[in-house]
Design a protein around this ligand. Sequence first.
Ligand SMILES: *[C@@H]1O[C@H](CO)[C@@H](O)[C@H](O)[C@H]1NC(C)=O
Ligand SMILES: *[C@@H]1O[C@H](CO)[C@@H](O)[C@H](O)[C@H]1NC(C)=O
Ligand SMILES: *[C@@H]1O[C@H](CO)[C@@H](O)[C@H](O)[C@H]1NC(C)=O
Ligand SMILES: *[C@@H]1O[C@H](CO)[C@@H](O)[C@H](O)[C@H]1NC(C)=O
Ligand SMILES: *[C@@H]1O[C@H](CO)[C@@H](O)[C@H](O)[C@H]1NC(C)=O
Ligand SMILES: *[C@@H]1O[C@H](CO)[C@@H](O)[C@H](O)[C@H]1NC(C)=O
Length: 392
Amino acid sequence: MVKKAICVILIVLCKTFSAKNFTLKQILILGRHNIKYPLSDELERYSSKPWPPKTSPQGVLTTRGAQLEGYMGEYFSEWFKEEHFLPEGCPDEDTVYVYANTKSRAKATARAFIDSMFKGCNVTVHHKDTIEPDPLFESGVRNTSEIYKEKILKEVNKKLGNNSKLMKTYSELNKILEIENSQICKQDGVCDLTKANDTVLYQIGKTVKVLGPLKIAHLVVNAFVMCYYEGMPIEDIAWGQITTPEKWNMLTEVTRLNADIRYGVIGDDVSKPLVRYIIQTFKDYDEMPKFMVLVGHDNNMVSVEYALGFQPIDLVNQFEKYPIGGKFVFQRWTDGESDFLKVEYVYPSWSQLRNGSKYSLESPPEKVVMRLKWCNTDEYGFCPWNEFVNKL
Ligand SMILES: *[C@@H]1O[C@H](CO)[C@@H](O)[C@H](O)[C@H]1NC(C)=O
Ligand SMILES: *[C@@H]1O[C@H](CO)[C@@H](O)[C@H](O)[C@H]1NC(C)=O
Ligand SMILES: *[C@@H]1O[C@H](CO)[C@@H](O)[C@H](O)[C@H]1NC(C)=O
Ligand SMILES: *[C@@H]1O[C@H](CO)[C@@H](O)[C@H](O)[C@H]1NC(C)=O
Ligand SMILES: *[C@@H]1O[C@H](CO)[C@@H](O)[C@H](O)[C@H]1NC(C)=O
Ligand SMILES: *[C@@H]1O[C@H](CO)[C@@H](O)[C@H](O)[C@H]1NC(C)=O
């Protein structure tokens, strides 16, 4: 009686958890690397104030990045146990397949994730044996028409110009950097980010590049964000000048805009080896490993998001749109009769990265359901597998 009453009230829950017994059959994760050491040698040129010492080569995964990625691996392992997704013990090559880009931070992220997930198992992380970027993870403009180029340049310039949010970010950065005392002011005449001009570089086969204030601001803010995630004392980040969430929100505008401009605007046209690979994997799902992990970069996530046609989403508890360690988790579920696709964006929140604490089923990383624009997705995020595969 009581049970019935609860079911009436929680009809939603009862429908999913008792009437339908969903089982997790297959998973493909597309993720980006975890915390890296700042990418630029140029930071010193942007401010004459002392920057944090360089502790490692630029662009590599930090020790803490490896640790936090390991926590992600442990979390997924707990989650999979709860769903009885994989057999106990070490997986064989036909069950688990891991593939990473050639950049050391991508390989190290994959290693940290999979080693924590399958402790003591030494699961292979596949990758190309070159220093060159793996073509699978490259994305750039394909459309060679002049009309397309003009359209893209117009759109990029529109996003850059007359942008009051961006101007606020720039003027804050002028102050933080004391840019008028910097080398870039003395040598290149860039003494005010709000007044300097951007140059947009458009090249077939490449992503759109923007040289000028956007690039400077992005490198600087990214370095501050990495320091924040590294757990550095607040007084040592940006010389103690970022003390409120509002200010972080204002500054990180440039990272959101950078992703949008450099990868989003050309999102419908980027060279699609990765997208094709993923689509082929879904089409051949019955021959594919039960669990696949691909580790690349934010541009890969943006191109897949645009190319597959997901509805826009807001990430809760994060200022960044493609936070470090974030993962698109493509899940194939079955109710015994039919299969369903569910896609979730699993990512660490802004404070989880700062805090560096472990995740668990009780305090999981953030999860947001992603919905394909063209598939009949129900309220729980399930879209019929046949519809998904047939329309791909
Ligand atoms: C759900 O399905 C699994 C596997 O098909 C089965 O082992 C389990 O007993 C089922 N649970 C319920 C409550 O029907
Ligand atoms: C892990 O596997 C690699 C390649 O299969 C092998 O070279 C290495 O020795 C193994 N390491 C351990 C600790 O078993
Ligand atoms: C290239 O872009 C133009 C202009 O947007 C469009 O008309 C054309 O169909 C595109 N070509 C390809 C191959 O996508
Ligand atoms: C700038 O953008 C605002 C709205 O975004 C618009 O109202 C205004 O006319 C624009 N100004 C210029 C000079 O384009
Ligand atoms: C930026 O571009 C505008 C318009 O093309 C020009 O008038 C201005 O001098 C340029 N500013 C700098 C700092 O080069
Ligand atoms: C931060 O860490 C503390 C102690 O480890 C924990 O109690 C708290 O819930 C964590 N906060 C977040 C947002 O993870």
